[in-house]
Design a protein around this ligand. Structure first.
Ligand code: PLP
Length: 389
């Protein structure tokens, strides 16, 4: 009998991957499945980005790089942040990692241990809860509410903080809800955190370029008072349709850069070299592919929200960002898990139960609109047929 570490029992997963596997199995049986469960853009990585990686390999960039990323990439990140967020960033505080998830895991390992408390959004990206529990810290959910547009409320966050709070995780625009938290709320949170000088904050800003209706992004980098304790997570996966390349970064407080880099050395050594060159090309090259992708997502958002609101028992608010709709389905009389299973089995439509993102996701279903307008319309028609019985 193998004796695995007790912490393994606390490590969760991302059930979107389970849904993906079930959808793939049904497809192998010959079923026509429309996948609205997946959290990755259905676009190609821009051609010049792919070329940059190929060129880098041909030029012999196939060895280890510095663990925190090559300097030209960290400089490109700093320049991009300066241009986009309007704040100076020291390239030496940028740590490049294999995907946004790695920053999240490392930040939680840096602060999580028995006795510590870590706040995270619920419904939220499932890895927050999983990694916090794995670290031994107490996961403290902060509910995100439909009536609040799924934005987080600074008061809700602050009211859950205690002297044991080591880390506060926030995410805007958010997965799974598409909720966008307005700047005023972040202002209020930043102000409130002055009463908790020992708590760090990790802002997951991976959807920062995915905003609709002229909304602007409220970044944690805008608060100089938090500079010594804010970790800003971002990456290339969503913006540049690069989920499989595994490339992300964070801006860390100066005092934590060395620790984060040591975690890289212990875990993965460095991101593969060619991908880092692709990352430079993405940031410094033309951005028209990003703009075109967002125009397409904006159109699909309109289509899916209208279609979902036409379904009996569904109520869907307009997501302000990302590429997810998160309708309330309580009126169908189904639980989130029942709806997910019914729509996959009977309608051939893959979605993800809101409860995959935390207890406060009960009564909701996540629809990713990283699929064609035609498929979105077909999917909703099929669900309508199933609901009509
Ligand atoms: N953060 C959020 C909120 C996400 O939704 C995701 C991916 O779905 C990630 C981070 C992870 O991104 P990556 O694929 O770069 O690890």
């Amino acid at each position: 009998m193998l004796h695995v570490a007790e912490a393994m029992g606390r490590l969760g997963t991302e059930t979107a991957f389970d849904v993906l596997a079930r959808a793939a199995a049904l497809e192998r049986e010959g079923r026509d499945i429309i996948n609205l469960g997946i959290g990755q853009p259905d676009f190609k990585t821009p051609g010049h980005v792919v070329e940059a990686a190929v060129d880098a390999l041909k030029a012999g960039h196939h060895g280890y790089t510095p663990a925190n990323g090559i300097l030209p990439l960290r400089q490109a990140v700093a320049s991009d942040l300066e241009a986009r967020r309007g704040v100076p960033v020291d390239p030496d505080t940028v740590v490049v990692v294999p995907g946004g998830k790695v920053t999240m895991f490392f930040a939680i390992l840096v602060f999580g241990e028995p006795g510590a408390e870590i706040l995270y959004p619920d419904p939220g990206f499932p890895i927050y809860h999983s990694a916090v529990a794995f670290s031994g810290a107490k996961p403290v959910p902060v509910p995100l509410l439909e009536e609040n547009g799924f934005a987080f409320s600074a008061d809700d966050v602050l009211s859950r903080m205690t002297p044991a709070t080591r880390l506060v995780i926030v995410n805007t625009p958010a997965n799974p809800t598409g909720g966008v938290t307005p700047k005023e709320e972040l202002d209020k949170l930043a102000e409130g955190l002055t009463a908790f000088p020992n708590a760090a904050i990790m802002a997951d800003e991976i959807y920062s370029r995915m905003l609709y209706d002229g909304r602007t992004h409220a970044s944690i980098l805008h608060y100089p008072a938090l500079k010594d304790r804010a970790i800003m997570l971002d990456g290339w996966s969503k913006t540049y349709a690069m989920t499989g390349w595994r490339l992300g970064y964070a801006v860390w407080p100066k005092s934590l850069v060395e620790g984060a880099t040591r975690l890289c050395i212990n875990c993965h050594s460095c991101v593969n070299a060619a991908t880092q060159f692709a990352g430079i090309a993405a940031l410094e090259g033309p951005q028209d592919a990003v703009d075109a992708m967002m125009e397409t997502f904006a159109e699909r958002r309109r289509v899916i929200v209208d279609a979902l609101n036409s379904l009996p028992g569904f109520r869907c608010i307009e997501p302000g960002g990302a590429f997810y709709a998160f309708p309330n389905i309580e009126g169908t009389g189904l639980t989130a898990a029942q709806a997910q299973d019914l729509f996959l089995d009977k309608a051939g439509v893959a979605t993800v139960a809101g409860t995959s993102f935390g207890g406060y996701g009960e009564g909701y279903l996540r629809f990713s609109y990283a699929n064609s307008t035609e498929n979105i319309e077909r999917a909703v028609e099929r669900i309508a047929d199933v609901l009509r019985g």
